[in-house]
Unconditional design. Structure first.
Length: 194
């Protein structure tokens, strides 16, 4: 009975961690469009068939706001503020660092060796993992993601001989994990032998 309860618990938590951010993003978008409609409503009313254009104008206003924030973040002051926010607040949120790394990799912004793909030996099995850092004594701190939610998992400190680097892109490893291991053959064939 305990394994069944454990399975149900971890599955519910994994589902919640996927649905909650999406639901929150949708809720924020709906609230944002509602607030933007209040701003652009009087302007849209002056246009021919103004009520039909209030929602598209509100969406355009939100997109313009996102663009302006994106421009500000690219400035020196914006980058400093972003780093401070990440260090003080966001990095304390579970899974944020992995999601940030994934987003940057998808956008083409490399982060050096952070979150290199690996296969780690846990008990008698090889498991997909990401190298978080390498220690002076040769050991690695690795993050072993949970399937199918790669932002959730466990952290291990393992000796070098139990961590095998894999020459595949970060995004491909995340795709394999989120698809219940489909594509593991590619990870195995790309595993470094040294």
């Amino acid at each position: 009975m305990r394994p069944v309860l454990g399975f149900v618990k971890t599955t519910l938590i994994s589902g919640l961690l996927v649905i909650l951010p999406i639901g929150l993003a949708l809720l924020l978008l709906v609230k944002g469009v509602s607030a933007a409609r209040a701003v652009v409503g009087p302007i849209a009313a002056q246009l021919p068939a103004g009520t039909r254009f209030a929602t598209p104008m509100a969406l355009l206003l939100i997109l313009a706001g996102c663009f302006v924030v994106g421009l500000l973040v690219r400035t020196v002051v914006g980058q400093r503020a972003t780093r401070a926010l990440e260090q003080r607040v966001l990095e304390r949120v579970p899974g944020y660092t992995l999601l940030r790394s994934l987003t940057r990799r998808v956008a083409g912004e490399e982060e050096g060796q952070t979150f290199a793909v690996a296969l780690a030996v846990i008990e008698d099995a090889l498991v997909p993992a990401f190298i978080v850092e390498e220690h002076e004594d040769g050991r690695y701190t690795v993050f072993v993601p949970s399937v199918p939610t790669p932002a959730v998992g466990a952290v291990y400190i393992l000796p070098r001989e139990r961590v095998h680097l894999v020459d595949v892109p970060f995004t491909r490893a995340v795709r394999c994990i989120s698809r219940w291991g489909e594509g593991s053959r590619e990870l195995l064939s790309a595993m470094r032998t040294t």
